[in-house]
Design a protein around this ligand. Structure first.
Ligand code: PEP
Ligand code: MN
Length: 338
């Protein structure tokens, strides 16, 4: 439930309402906006509780949260969530680019890719050390060795990095190295993993499940916030539709303005997995920024034909740099910076 307090409520009165909510057995979250304070009561919506809280003098209204998410919603927090990773501001209006190969394959090619994407304009590096492959016979990633290579690339370029965690057991090791932890499409509803990631001190990017509705995606993020982690990025990466020939997934760009209206969390787009073909990545990146995406996650490989994973959707560094130039123009038109 969401308890909206009167704009004039003082600290003592706010604390009084918080205490009353706790006495009903709820955990309380506070969101202090410019004009008013909103309290989130975590737990089942109850009409008797709503009515009781509604009689308190500093309570303006109580919303029985009908969408099954609350902390991620703009009803709870109007202002957009902004946080920094290294020197990079996420969610501030500046378009953020995360780029690099799908997987860390070896030290030399990763360092080469890292330098190239930095020169091309990336703000963060991407790369997988633990890979969620559909076939058990495909390259599964280098594990901790891959994380060490990414740490070296970070040192070399000064760019922080994002990498995926596949299961609860690897959370500690990935969190030791990564600046942002990625939850992949296949894990969006791995609730035990989400609960664990709610308790770490690192930002988390949650990809949309390939068959997930927008509401299910927001509920996945709600798991992170309700477990204490508020530095969360949502990432649209394409969903499964009947189209399988011309695109790998169907990139749902309409989800961007919808989710930005529903939630205060930053929204990114990954057109590499969203289309599955490098050729469609630049136009979808431009469209994503025009639609309001806070940032992009893009696969770039120095030699896509030799890539061990997702070569067909990886841009060569030159194409990435050309795309970034075009993106700057779009960003300017829609009142954003890069
Ligand atoms: C990836 O980013 O390399 C990846 C595996 O993404 P997704 O979970 O969207 O398939
Ligand atoms: Mn990939």
């Amino acid at each position: 439930m969401i308890v909206v307090l009167d704009g004039s409520a003082r600290e003592g009165e706010i604390a009084e309402v918080e205490k009353r909510i706790r006495n009903f057995g709820y955990d309380v979250y506070r969101s202090s906006g410019e004009n008013s304070t909103v309290l989130g009561a975590l737990g089942p919506a109850r009409e008797d509780v709503r009515d009781a809280l509604g009689t308190m003098p500093s309570v303006e209204r109580v919303i029985l949260a009908s969408p099954p998410f609350m902390l991620v919603s703009r009803a709870f927090k109007q202002e957009r969530s902004v946080f920094t990773v290294g020197d990079v501001e996420i969610g501030s209006g500046k378009v953020v680019l995360m780029a690099g190969p799908c997987a860390v394959e070896d030290r030399e090619s990763y360092l080469q890719a890292a330098v190239a994407v930095k020169e091309g304009g990336a703000h963060l590096l991407r790369g997988g050390a633990f890979k969620p492959r559909s076939s058990p016979y495909s390259f599964q990633g280098l594990g901790e060795e891959g994380l060490k290579i990414m740490a070296e690339a970070k040192e070399m370029t000064g760019l922080p990095f994002i990498t995926e965690v596949l299961d609860q057991h690897a959370v500690d090791i990935v969190a030791r190295y990564a600046d942002i932890i990625q939850v992949g499409t296949r894990n969006m509803q791995n609730f035990e993993l989400l609960k664990e990631l709610g308790q770490i001190g690192k930002p988390v990017l949650v990809k949309r499940g390939m068959s997930a509705t927008i509401e299910e995606w927001l509920m996945a993020a709600e798991y992170l916030l309700s477990n204490g982690n508020h530095r969360v990025i949502l990432c649209e990466r394409g969903i499964r539709t009947f189209e399988t020939t011309y695109t790998r997934n169907t990139l749902d760009l309409c989800a961007v303005p919808i989710v930005k209206e529903l939630s205060h969390l930053p929204v990114f787009v990954d057109p590499s997995h969203g289309t599955g073909k490098w050729k469609w990545v630049p136009p979808m990146c431009l469209a994503a920024v025009a639609a309001g995406a806070d940032g992009l996650l893009v696969e770039v490989h120095p030699a896509p034909k030799k890539a061990l994973c997702d070569g067909p959707q990886s841009l060569v560094p030159e194409k990435f740099a050309q795309m970034v130039d075009l993106l700057k123009g779009v960003a300017q038109v829609v009142g954003r910076t890069m």
